[in-house]
Design a protein around this ligand. Structure first.
Ligand code: DQA
Length: 168
């Protein structure tokens, strides 16, 4: 039997309301940004590029719309605020994409928070931390993160979004 022309073709002809499969809740990805990332655009552009954090967020939001996920973007210069946001994310987001900036290299508190919440966390950096000063080669948080994206400039954020959406 041919589907009736007056009904939407993707639905079975007997079900004009819609498909019977339950709708999945929209996945939420939380982007957390640490100290000095509010200065992007003017901060050492030869290392971090000329994109501002607002323009990076805009491109992440654009990609998120295509992927059908929701993104929340935050920045703070304070270590304790990052710890609090990670704690609060438990149970309310699918994954976290974290550019912990300099706290990447120093913060046992962040590492403990990530381990405690048992959420997939994607570590991300604009610059390639392994190609820079030796004190940046060590990441305190890497062992408790799902993976690391480092060195692709603003594209690191889009790659982190792609990874965050797919991890379980
Ligand atoms: C950074 C790299 C860190 O070493 C540095 O302290 C930052 C930014 C990056 O995105 O490349 O502030 O996380």
């Amino acid at each position: 039997m041919h589907p009736r022309a007056d009904l939407p073709h993707e639905f079975p002809s007997g079900d004009p309301v819609g498909p019977s499969v339950p709708l999945q809740p929209v996945k939420k990805i939380l982007f957390l940004n640490g100290p000095n990332l509010n200065l992007l655009g003017t901060r050492q552009p030869e290392i971090y590029g000329r994109d501002t954090l607002a323009s990076i967020e805009a491109s992440v939001q654009e990609r998120a719309r295509v992927l059908g996920v929701s993104v929340e973007f935050r920045q703070t210069n304070e270590e304790g605020q990052l710890v609090t946001w990670i704690q609060q994310a438990k149970g309310s987001v699918h994954a976290i994409a974290l550019n912990a900036a300099a706290y990447t290299h120093t913060s046992i508190a962040l590492r403990d928070a990530i381990a405690a919440v048992e959420l997939p966390v994607i570590e991300l950096h604009l610059s390639n931390i392994h190609a820079r000063e030796s004190f940046r080669h060590h990441s305190m948080i890497a062992p408790v993160c799902r993976g690391q994206i480092s060195g692709f400039g603003a594209l690191s954020y889009i790659l982190a979004l792609e990874a965050a959406v797919k991890v379980n």
